[in-house]
Design a protein around this ligand. Structure first.
Ligand SMILES: *Cc1c(COP(=O)(O)O)cnc(C)c1O
Length: 482
């Protein structure tokens, strides 16, 4: 497709700027640009078609099934958007005095109170802009806690091998040494490996439960006790909260700090580099270290902004992505406590339904029930036919659905991870299972066709590493003029 600059025709206009009613003023010549701004020159319909074409090239939750494991691609209710576009929320400025923005601050406190109840924590900041940013904030709280006690020998963070890649990255960014411990054969934390690795140098443990295999670790109380007994703190990666809302709380499992991806579990749009929110909740022992500008309710009921005395500082400007928090609060309020619990129950039911439909065709990485997601291994298929998890995932695009997560978690070979979420109906799950089955049948008869998939998209298999390492982010006018 053409870029807007390539569609540009010299002199073409999409708007007629009305004559101004105020007298014009002369600007200092030094402030004027020397050459006119290079903007694409387009008519209104050119612009409209350009964006329609762009829109048709992407795939979102509104286009169809999107079982991207660990990413919780659930439907984002339109009501969230309506509330987030109310002028009283969009027309305020982060620098205006707190007493003139009490409604917006009420949103933050109200959201904080509800989410703290949901996860069993005492305080919460909305400053971090995403999950990984929340992890970094949470681990800095743990670090500052140990430092405040003069306990400076704690240099290690324990992370199980089933962890999301951001966990070890976070610990190491915060200056810790990462200690990787293996999982037991059933996918849970290997308790003997944990015991062998905790000690006076343990700053903490990072864990997600249910883990990235979709398994709830039943030994969780023992795990957090082992870490606490050694003087460490426990960090809960709450990106998987979609499985347990209303059923279990990280605070009750013994965790001291948790991040929530509001852009996953709480239905605010994500993907495409849009804004997110990595809310970080903590127990009272960590509250003195929270980032500054913490909205708190004063004795008279008004809301003020607190800079905790031993704060780790600022993690992002102002209050974080306020409109994302507002969308999440809208979602929470619309569903209510019972509705959130039902959402989680349905997410778990949907995952198990799809898992059972695929059973026999695709061996699950672990036996038994899963939580909100499950992982299958295509290792046998690859050995037998040469068709990889990547080939199957790409073929699913031609079948009209978004692929599941591929090659994650790292401990499962040729992994595909399905997370259907609660917002899908039975027909969608049935259709997805038949699509997978027909691809698996084709793998035996025409494997080459699957190596070539997808064939229905504008591009087939992009150079993903090249795109990540050397992204082309600006239009090269010089090159275009050649
Ligand atoms: C998505 C996810 C993260 C990271 O969240 P971002 O918002 O992408 O930074 C961390 N842990 C788990 C388990 C996740 O699924």
């Amino acid at each position: 497709m053409k870029l807007s600059f390539e569609r540009s025709v010299a002199g073409r206009r999409g708007v007629l700027i009305p004559k101004t009613a105020v007298p014009s003023a002369r600007l200092d010549g030094a402030l004027l640009r020397k050459a006119p701004l290079r903007l694409p020159e387009l008519s209104e319909i050119d612009v409209s078609r350009h964006y329609s074409e762009l829109e048709q090239q992407v795939y979102g939750v509104n286009d169809g099934f999107y079982p991207l494991g660990s990413c919780t691609m659930k439907y984002n209710p339109a009501l969230n958007e309506q509330v987030a576009s109310l002028e009283g929320f969009t027309g305020i400025h982060p620098l205006q005095p707190a007493e003139t923005a009490q409604g917006a601050l009420e949103v933050l406190v109200y959201a904080k109170e509800r989410l703290c109840t949901l996860v069993g924590m005492d305080e919460m900041t909305f400053q971090p802009a995403a999950g990984a940013h929340g992890e970094f904030t949470g681990i800095l709280l743990i670090k500052r806690y140990h430092e405040s006690r003069g306990d400076c020998a704690r240099k290690k963070i324990i992370v199980p091998d089933s962890a999301h890649g951001t966990n070890p990255a976070t610990a190491s960014m915060a200056g810790y040494t990462v200690v990787n411990i293996p999982s037991a054969p059933d996918g849970t934390v290997d308790l003997s490996a944990l015991c062998a690795n905790v000690g006076p140098d343990t700053a903490g443990l990072m864990l997600t439960n249910p883990n990235t295999l979709g398994i709830f670790d039943k030994n969780i109380l023992e795990i957090t006790k082992i870490v606490h007994d050694a003087g460490g703190l426990c960090y809960y990666d709450g990106a998987n909260m979609n499985a347990i809302m209303g059923a279990a709380r990280p605070g009750d499992m013994g965790f001291d700090v948790v991040h929530l991806n509001l852009h996953k579990t709480f239905s605010t749009p994500h993907g495409g580099v849009g804004p997110g929110a990595g809310a970080v909740g903590c127990k009272v022992i960590l509250a003195p270290f929270l980032p500054n500008r913490l909205p708190v309710r004063n004795a008279d009921g008004s809301i003020g902004l607190l800079d905790p005395e031993q704060s780790i500082g600022r993690m992002k400007s102002f209050y974080g992505n306020f409109l994302v928090v507002l969308r999440a609060l809208t979602y929470i309020t619309m569903l209510g406590g019972d509705g959130l619990q039902e959402a989680s129950e349905t997410a778990v039911l949907n995952a198990n339904y799809l898992r059972v439909l695929l059973e026999g065709e695709l061996p699950a990485a672990n036996e038994g029930f899963c939580m909100h997601e499950f992982v299958v291994s295509l290792e046998a298929l690859k050995k037998e036919t040469g068709v990889s998890a990547m080939d199957v995932a790409k073929s699913l695009i031609d079948a009209g659905m978004h692929p599941p997560t591929m090659y994650f978690p790292l401990i499962v070979h040729e992994a595909l991870m399905f997370e259907p979420t609660e917002t899908e109906g039975k027909e969608t799950l049935d259709a997805a299972a038949s699509a997978v089955k027909s691809i698996l049948a084709r793998a035996k008869t025409e494997p080459e066709a699957l190596h070539a998939a997808p064939v229905t998209t504008p591009i087939g298999r992009p150079d993903e590493v090249g795109a990540a390492r050397n992204p082309i982010l600006r239009y090269d006018f010089m090159e275009a003029a050649k």
